[in-house]
Write a protein that binds this ligand. Structure first.
Ligand code: SF4
Ligand code: SF4
Length: 424
């Protein structure tokens, strides 16, 4: 892109942000639903306040200074505001657009550059590097050093140290086959989106999804050319990189005639849903797909007379709008008592890399979740987003709350006979 066309392109983006922001009538109905506003009670940390700040900056009335950036950065992009806005202001597009614009102009600290370029670009979104990093983490976990780190002061010194100390026990990443054939009567062909973090930190959920889909009569295609969904880069204000992953995934899944592309993580699912309609129309959350799937009458699900608290990830509620699906899926388990976790309307604070870059707010929101988990008295905590799961598990360990956090599909798969250690 030439300098002139780049400038024109940026001007077009700014104009579209300004147009969308102008649709906000400042009614304030979104304010009580905004987690950062509820914590700070500052208008500048509310959706309405942030939109006003964006408008002021685009009109050159507000400078691009630390104060402005602080309010923009503190937004979780949870989109709870968008979900309740009577004027349907597309807040998610506004915050992503403004973050993209300011990213080109701001100076980042060394630490921030390390998280963005080292961790996200160099490891998380590179499958080979992620496999290597996962191996290194497993050695660290098996050596007992992680257990020592959890008890040390080191784990309390920074958000990344705390996250590393409380990372769930990683399992070896499987060598994925390209097709897992359906068992019995074939009902359809689906693609499975692996995700970056999920394939390293929660391959059990991916394998459980294949297990259940195969049992119900769906063949599962795992294309090896798929990449990151792009959500991390959208959140970091790097839309061009996100669009690169979009092109890669559309190409990767174009080889087979698929009835659906299944995502097991709400964050990835929301990003895939923003792809062009011919791809986005096929994207389904695993619980959403399974709760409407056929073949259940021929399956045996063992009873589980226990209480399951369901955590609803923000993007599942506010973007995918399929937050009822995990309940429908889990209620297929005889004897299980399935209830919402109190305070599901509020983000847990994970929000992509937010828990690393905004540890104070992320910690305050996590503390609310821990209170709710304690009060639930549940044996299982079901969540459908890998980022939330990692953040919640870290909070559970720190606060000494004993409950198993897992994906809804993993729990039902276990009751159907799935044993993660036997199908590698
Ligand atoms: S609810 Fe919508 S229109 Fe009202 S202040 Fe919030 S964003 Fe603006
Ligand atoms: S996206 Fe979430 S944190 Fe950001 S303004 Fe909206 S409700 Fe508040």
């Amino acid at each position: 892109m030439t300098v002139t066309s780049q400038t024109t392109f940026q001007a077009t983006i700014s104009a579209s942000i300004a147009d969308e922001a102008a649709r906000c009538v400042a009614c304030g109905l979104c304010l009580p639903h905004c987690p950062t506003y509820r914590k700070t009670l500052s208008e500048a940390d509310s959706p309405r306040g942030r939109i006003a700040l964006m408008q002021g900056w685009l009109a050159r009335r507000i400078p691009l200074n630390e104060r402005f950036l602080g309010h923009i950065d503190l937004c979780l992009a949870c989109r709870a505001c968008e979900n309740v806005c009577p004027n349907n202001v597309a807040y998610g597009s506004l915050i992503a657009g403004v973050r993209g614009e300011v990213e080109r102009l701001r100076r980042r600290s060394l630490w921030q550059r390390l998280v963005r370029n080292g961790l996200v670009d160099g490891v998380i979104t590179k499958p080979a590097m992620l496999r290597l990093a996962g191996g290194a983490v497993r050695i660290w976990q098996m050596s007992g050093l992680q257990a020592l780190a959890r008890k040390s002061k080191w784990a309390k010194q920074s958000a990344p140290a705390r996250a590393a100390a409380h990372l769930p026990q990683l399992k070896p990443q499987p060598a994925w086959r390209t097709v897992y054939p359906a068992e019995g009567l074939v009902r359809g062909e689906v693609g499975l989106f692996l995700g970056c973090v999920a394939r390293a930190a929660d391959s059990e959920t991916l394998r459980a999804s294949i297990f259940v889909l195969n049992r119900l009569g769906y063949s599962v295609h795992v294309t090896p050319r798929q990449g990151c969904c792009g959500a991390l880069h959208t959140g970091l204000g790097e839309p061009e990189k996100a669009r690169g992953f979009e092109r890669q995934n559309i190409d990767a899944f174009s080889g087979a005639e698929l009835d659906a592309v299944i995502s097991t993580s709400a964050g990835c699912g929301a990003a895939l849903k923003a792809y062009p309609p011919n791809f986005a129309g096929k994207v389904k959350d695993i619980s959403e797909f399974l709760s409407a799937a056929q073949g259940w009458e021929a399956t045996r699900i063992a009873p589980l007379p226990e209480k399951v608290a369901v955590h609803e990830p923000c993007l599942m509620r506010n973007v995918l709008h399929c937050q009822d699906a995990p309940y429908a899926l889990l209620r297929r388990i005889p004897g299980a008592t399935v209830e919402p976790l109190a305070g599901n309307g509020q983000c847990c604070g994970a929000a992509g890399t937010y828990f690393l870059t905004q540890p104070d707010m992320a910690g305050a929101l996590l503390a609310d979740k821990m209170e709710a988990v304690r009060a639930s008295g549940a044996k299982y905590l079901a969540t459908s987003n890998i980022g939330c799961a990692i953040h919640l598990v870290s909070g559970l360990r720190e606060s000494g709350v004993v409950i198993e956090a897992l994906h809804p599909v993993t729990l039902i798969a276990r009751q159907m006979g799935f044993d993660d250690d036997k199908i590698r």
